[in-house]
Design a protein around this ligand. Structure first.
Ligand code: ADP
Ligand code: ZN
Length: 529
């Protein structure tokens, strides 16, 4: 006789084939589905494109009752329901965008058990009306999508998610499955605690995306660098270009269009219909380039995105991983390209300093940024660094920029001392703080207006840095920041020493730095890195 697990397995497999039209499960899908169908809880960490949706959609069809799917992606609920409807699966959603009539229809379908999946926004569970509705129906399972949103130490915290801990208290017999595409070991633990999933089975997939080639280059002339990438390596390909601000999204999209690239903008400042229209075109047409803020992409399932380019530094490694993960879901070779420069570091520190929230929160943001900087400045395989961040091991991949063109490292102790002592002297002798630009001008002995105005040409460090070019000095500052040997502060991004700066100044410490491969430094006339 077949065991209950075998029976469940064969039923799930039938649903996979009959409803979804796939032959076999991928990775751990089968085990995850068995766990939930059998009434157990599951915590699933699987990279974007790994196939998380089926892990709750199939149990939704196999178990009695309606699966309640909690998702923060209100804008995508209609699409998700439409996609299921096209497969013949009965699904509905409840959210704030609906009119009352539509709401009532979904509510009665839920109560009558005439749908198999009900999508809800997390805030809905804060409403007594929704809870009493759920109480009156039969719930097959709870699926908590984007579960990392519950983690206060994560990069995408949403307070509404905290209320989800009540699911278990209120419906202790209903199995729960929490899913996320991004979690460091700490976030992972926090999800388990906050959602009360300690007895759940944890399924952690391999986070490696071997078909993605990771490259991080020094920002020189970002527009030209981007255009080179698109023209030389990805002509006619679909891709996403991420920028930090709405204004730069608009400018870069215009710039690309002016240069013959089929590009569209996407950010929260555009009206809803333009956003929807641009998103639709990106999904349906071939070879479109979406220039976007990070508002774009969550839940977007376009398999043939051939590149993801970042023109600004992501705020965290988790964000970087998630955004780059939108490339190459079809498994074909794809590029994750990031251009970053000193200005990015200064700007982000500024944002952190001026951000709301207490000291702990700002420390967390600074920690995220430091990890991102370390990935940028590493001389080791990017993939090794990236996976290590998620607590996973990889051998050097042979398919990232540092593997393909290993950067040389060089002893930068003396330049580091010169730079730090410039900062020290400005502060000690003049009681002044300046940004990187002024310190570099001083080291290079440039007689600029500002140098004259402040009499900086009489400092003993004036003109002692002729051994490096300006771009190289900027790289020195960047790497001192990345190594925590220097810090930037305040609205003007002024440089300040850190506790460890003294070790360099006191010659107790050598400073090794990454030398940019020639390819990326030689061409720029006026470096901006
Ligand atoms: P995630 O939510 O993890 O990013 P999805 O659930 O959207 O991933 O799945 C990514 C893609 O892989 C979808 O197009 C989905 O239909 C497909 N997929 C998922 N599981 C399988 C499978 N077992 N066989 C074939 N394709 C699958
Ligand atoms: Zn590598």
């Amino acid at each position: 006789m077949a065991s209950p697990t075998e029976l469940r397995t064969s039923e799930s497999l039938q649903v996979l084939r009959r409803v979804f039209g796939y032959d076999a499960f991928r990775g751990s899908q089968q085990e995850i589905i068995d766990q939930v169908v059998g009434g157990g809880d599951a915590l699933v960490l699987m990279p974007t494109g790994g196939g998380k949706s089926l892990c709750y959609q199939i149990p939704a069809l196999v178990r009695d009752g309606v699966a309640v799917v909690v998702s923060p992606l209100i804008a995508l609920m209609q699409d998700q329901v439409d996609a299921l409807t096209n497969l013949g699966v009965r699904a509905g959603f409840l959210n704030s965008t609906q009119d009352l009539a539509a709401r009532r229809r979904v509510e009665s379908a839920f109560l009558a058990g005439e749908i198999d999946l009900l999508y809800l926004a997390p805030e809905a569970l804060g409403s007594g009306a929704t809870i009493s509705l759920l109480d009156r129906g039969t719930i097959a399972l709870f699926a908590i999508d984007e579960a990392h949103c519950v983690a206060q130490w994560g990069h995408d915290f949403r307070p509404d998610y905290l209320a989800l801990s009540m699911l278990h208290e209120r419906w202790p017999d209903v199995p729960r499955i929490a899913l996320t595409a991004t979690a460091t070991p700490a976030t992972h633990a926090e999800i388990a605690t906050r959602l009360n999933l300690r007895d759940a089975r944890h399924f952690v997939a391999n986070f490696d995306r071997p078909n993605i080639q990771y490259r991080i280059v020094a920002k020189q002339e970002p527009r030209r660098q981007l255009l080179d990438l698109l023209r030389n390596e990805h002509p006619g390909d679909a891709g996403i270009v991420y920028c930090l601000s709405r204004a730069s999204v608009d400018k870069i999209a215009e710039f690309l269009v002016a240069n013959g690239i089929n590009a569209l903008p996407y950010h929260a400042g555009l009206d809803a219909s333009t956003r929807a229209a641009n998103q639709k075109r990106f999904l349906r047409e071939d070879g479109l380039v979406m220039v976007a803020t990070i508002a774009f992409g969550m839940g977007i399932d376009k398999p043939d995105v051939r590149f993801v380019a970042h023109l600004d530094l992501p705020k965290s490694v988790e964000g970087y991983y998630q955004e780059t993960g939108r490339a190459g879901r079809d498994g074909l070779p794809s590029t994750a390209w990031l251009a970053y420069g000193l200005q990015d570091v200064v700007q982000q520190r500024k944002m952190i300093d001026s951000s709301e929230g207490d000291l702990t929160h700002r420390r967390m943001l600074a920690g995220h940024l430091d990890a991102m900087l370390a990935l940028c400045e590493t001389v080791e395989c990017r993939r090794v660094g990236l996976l290590a961040y998620f607590g996973q091991h990889s051998d050097p991949c042979g398919n990232c920029d540092t593997c393909l063109t290993p950067p040389q490292s060089w002893d930068a102790t003396i330049p580091a001392q010169k730079l730090l002592s410039t900062v020290l002297r400005l502060h000690r002798e003049r009681n002044q703080k300046f940004g990187a630009g002024q310190s570099i001008d001083i080291l290079l002995g440039k007689k600029t207006e500002k140098v004259a105005q402040y009499g900086h040409d009489s400092l003993t460090v004036f003109g002692i840095g002729g051994e490096l070019r300006e771009a190289e000095w900027r790289a020195v500052v960047r790497q001192l920041l990345a190594q925590g040997l220097l810090a930037v502060q305040g609205e003007y991004g002024t440089l300040v020493l850190t506790e460890t700066s003294a070790e360099v100044l006191g010659r107790q410490r050598t400073v090794m730095m990454r030398r940019e491969p020639e390819r990326s430094t030689s061409r720029a006339a006026r470096p901006r890195g």
